[in-house]
Every structure is written in C-alpha cells, then in structure tokens.
Design a protein around this ligand. Structure first.
Ligand code: URP
Ligand code: ZN
Ligand code: ZN
Length: 472
C-alpha cells in the first residue's frame, strides 16, 4: 500500500474545516498538515489523490445495518459482500451490524454464527452489536463476556415484535442493569409492541390490509410512550447509558430531549428515510409500491412536522447520530407479500449507499453545517460505539479511512442512476442530490475511485470495540 498524499482539499472535522493535505503511510494517517509543510513528499514521489475543490472527510460510520438478516422465512437481500460493497460506493468505511439471540438460544452461539457469515466477505471494516431477544439467566450471564472477550460494547433490546425479539419491562430492566454494570451501551427499539399488535389485528380484521396501515397501526404516541419508558427504566437501572435507534416521531424526540436536558445519558439516532420520506407520499402508494416503504419505526405523516423537528434535533444534538437501519428486501419474493396484507411484509428499507449523500443535502439546504454532517455521520457514531479515534476523524494515528467528496457534482440515486445495493428497486429512485463521492480510501487502500470499486470482499476486518467513549 505504501504512502499516499491526499492533496489540495478541505479537511472537515466536527470542529471546523481547513485547507490541509493528508499523508497516509500504509494503513494509518501520519500527518494532516498545511499544504507546504516539509513533512509532505514532493509531487510525484508517492501516490497522490487529487482533492482540489473537494471536501476531505472521514470515512462514513454506519452503526445500524442488517446484512443478510433472517426475518421469518426471508433474509434481507444484501449479503455482507454486496452490502459492504454498496456501503463503500456510498463513502462508508465502517459498519456495525448485529449478531442476534432469541428465546432458547445461547448468545455466544449466535455471535459465532454471525462471525462465520461475515468473515472473509466484507469490503470494509465491520463490527457487531449483540441483540438479546431472549433475556434470561443464561443470556444475562453472557453479556459481560461480550465486552471482556469479544470486543462488543453494545446490546440491543426490543420493545416491539412480541413473539420474536420482544422483551418485557422486567427483562429490559435486568438487561440494562447487567450491561450498565459492564460499561456497555443499551440500544433500544422503542415502540410499544403489545399495543401495536392489537391495532394490527384490528386493522387486518377490518380489511385494512394496505401498506399505509403499517404506519397507521404504529402511531407516534406508541413510539413516544416506549421511548419514555426506556428512559425511565435506564434511570431505575442505575442511570445507565441508553441509545434509541431509528427515532422517527417528534413526540419521541421530545422524550429524548427532556431526558438530555435533565443531564441523562440518553442518545438517539435517526435515519435518512425519516428525514425525507413520508407516510402519504411513499407508504400510501398502492400495492407493492407502498410495501417497499414498510419499515419500523414507520414513515411518519407529512401533515405533522416530524421532519422539521428531526432536522432541528440534529442541529441541537438531541439526535446525535444518523445511521441507516439498512435492511433491504426485494419486491419479488419479499415486499410482494402485501398480497397477504401488510402484516406479512418483511420490515426494512435499504439505504447504506446513500446516507452520506442524503445528509449532505441537508448541508446544501441549510438544515445542518458541513461540520455537523461529519459529526453525525462519522465522528459521533465512532465515539459512541467505542471506535474513536481509530475511526471517525482525520487525525494522525487514525486508520486512513478517508472520503474525497466533490460538492460541484450531483448524484442521481436509484436504479436509473447510482445503485449498488442488492435490491430490485430503490426507495430513493429518481432523487438527485448535490455532491458526489469521488474517492474512498479504507485503511490506506483506494477502494473506490473514478474507475470503480477496487475493494474486494474479505479485505474488511472485524473491529473489536472499546467501551463507549463519549456520552454527552
Ligand atoms: O424495519 C426495520 N427497521 N427492520 C429492521 C429491524 C429493526 O427493527 O431494526
Ligand atoms: Zn429496530
Ligand atoms: Zn434495525
């Protein structure tokens, strides 16, 4: 690999932007320096990436993906190989996916099986959270081993999906106590799944089977109620840190903001789909077209002000992270199950390829600053999940994960434009955004440039993560 200079660009970090060149030696960044600094090799001496006119940002860190996730008799359509290739195309150099455990299964068995699926397949670096879907004495006893031996510093619990991943309040409290004691972060899918299941059954019985009823039976109040409960349980468990995943509703954001303003260790993530797509414009489309947008939490009504509030939450840091919850299913043999009603449709939307581009559009429209784009998509996710300073920032000593982003170009998303996810459709079809991913460097290797994708499956390494470094 040797040495590379990224020359002529503007380096962006959460604290500012500078005209600076970046010197890479093998897998690491060794200098971030003024363009005329003596430390830099002369032109022609080493390999160069020309970043003139571009932003030089840390490789994207997407802390919420589901590659080849089993869901009933289906599996999400991106494998670790295809999904991490799509991520690379989108300027992402690290993902955190999930190993899972359900009732009657052993946590470390699930983890071992997930390692076997990912090993030798990933184009970029990867890590795992551990889903605990069956909280009992055995699974609780395994939690400390995750951080002490396996490099896994976060667990995920579900207040939704009764019968599969759901935990009741007592189970949640116990798991939070154990994770908190071990210095781990508890992530929460916060929706009141018991009440939602009643509404789903009532809708189906009434013949309300279209995709829009997926959203209507998961109202914002039930996301807010669960968020409130999760916040209280985390307090009772010993003021343990809590991270709310895929927050979509203003009312849930209010709960997070209230907790944070009271000084609590509560963080939350949102996803591009909640910032751009809506119940009326997407989920309410007829048949399989609407089913393509079934995900949980659901897309919210454009008649309320969820999107405006989520952007404000990102500005205020009540939303600390943008991830994708990338969980793609094809229309054929997947979303087409809408013919049996919305409850038969696999939940999930694909987006790992487009998060950096879509959130940059928020910079263009004035919703957030360039620095906040980098902070929410790269630096904070790395910090919160114990990967900083190795990942998430362009500093000497960090892994040389760097994206050259060209603000002068535009990118058309979807199958008629840029589309590398293993999906027979795109939720983002036809959307054109400002800016384009120009070059992607992962641990000192150019894996995407104008000539295409060079990163091969298997070059990505499993990342052992530390305890959460920053909770603010
Ligand atoms: O619809 C979604 N979000 N599918 C993936 C599983 C989850 O709840 O995160
Ligand atoms: Zn979830
Ligand atoms: Zn998810």
């Amino acid at each position: 690999m040797g040495r590379i200079v990224v020359r002529g660009g503007t380096v962006v970090s959460p604290s500012g932007r500078w005209r600076a060149d970046v010197l890479i030696d093998d897998e690491r960044i060794v200098a971030v320096t003024a363009p005329d600094a003596a430390v830099l090799p002369a032109a022609g001496e080493v390999a160069e990436v020309d970043a003139t006119g571009c932003y030089v940002i840390p490789g994207g860190v997407d802390v919420h993906t589901h590659m080849q996730l089993p869901m009933g008799d289906l599996t999400s359509s991106d494998t670790f190989a295809s999904g991490t290739a799509a991520a690379a195309w989108g300027g992402v150099t690290t993902i955190v996916d999930f190993a899972s455990q359900q009732v009657g299964e052993r946590v470390l068995d699930g983890l071992e099986a997930r390692h076997a699926e990912a090993e030798g397949q990933c184009v970029i670096d990867y890590a795992f959270h551990q889903t605990i879907g069956g909280v009992d004495d055995d699974s609780l006893a395994a939690i400390p081993t995750l951080i002490e031996r396996e490099g896994i510093s976060s667990i995920k619990l579900f207040m939704a999906y009764p019968g599969t991943y759901y935990s009741d309040d007592g189970q949640i409290l116990r798991a939070m106590q154990v994770a908190g004691e071990a210095g781990m972060l508890t992530m929460m899918h916060a929706e009141n799944g018991i009440a939602i299941d009643v509404l789903r059954a009532q809708a189906m019985a009434a013949g309300d089977t279209d995709a829009v009823h997926h959203g209507l039976t998961r109202p914002p109040e039930l996301e807010a109620e669960a968020t409130h409960r999760a916040v209280q349980l985390a307090k009772v468990a010993g003021n343990v840190p809590l991270y709310i995943v895929h927050l979509s509703a203003s009312q849930a954001l209010e709960e997070v903001a209230r907790a944070r303003h009271a000084g609590r260790n509560v963080l939350a993530e949102t996803c591009p789909q909640y910032l751009y797509l809506s119940l009326e414009d997407h989920l309410a489309r007829p048949g399989v077209e609407g089913a393509a947008y079934i995900c949980s939490t659901p897309l919210r009504s454009r008649h309320d002000h969820h999107q405006k509030d989520l952007w404000a939450g990102l500005r205020r840091d009540d939303l600390a992270v943008v991830a994708t919850d990338h969980c793609p299913f094809c229309l054929v043999d997947g979303k087409d199950r809408i013919s049996e009603g919305f409850t038969a449709v696999p939940n999930g939307i694909g987006g790992v390829e487009h998060r950096m581009e879509l959130i940059y559009q928020g910079v263009v429209t004035g919703e957030i600053t360039l620095e906040r784009w980098v902070e929410t998509c790269c630096t904070t996710p790395a910090r919160v999940f114990g990967m900083h300073p190795r990942k998430g920032e362009i500093v000497p000593g960090a892994d040389a994960d760097i994206v050259v982003f060209d603000p002068r170009r535009t990118t058309t998303l979807g199958r008629a434009g840029k589309h590398h996810m293993a999906m027979d459709h795109s939720p983002w079809e036809g959307i054109t955004v400002d800016g384009a991913i120009d070059t992607v460097i992962s641990r000192g290797e150019v894996i995407v440039d104008a000539n295409g994708l060079h990163g091969r499956p298997g070059r990505g390494r499993f990342l052992r993560r530390d305890r959460p470094a920053v909770l603010r």
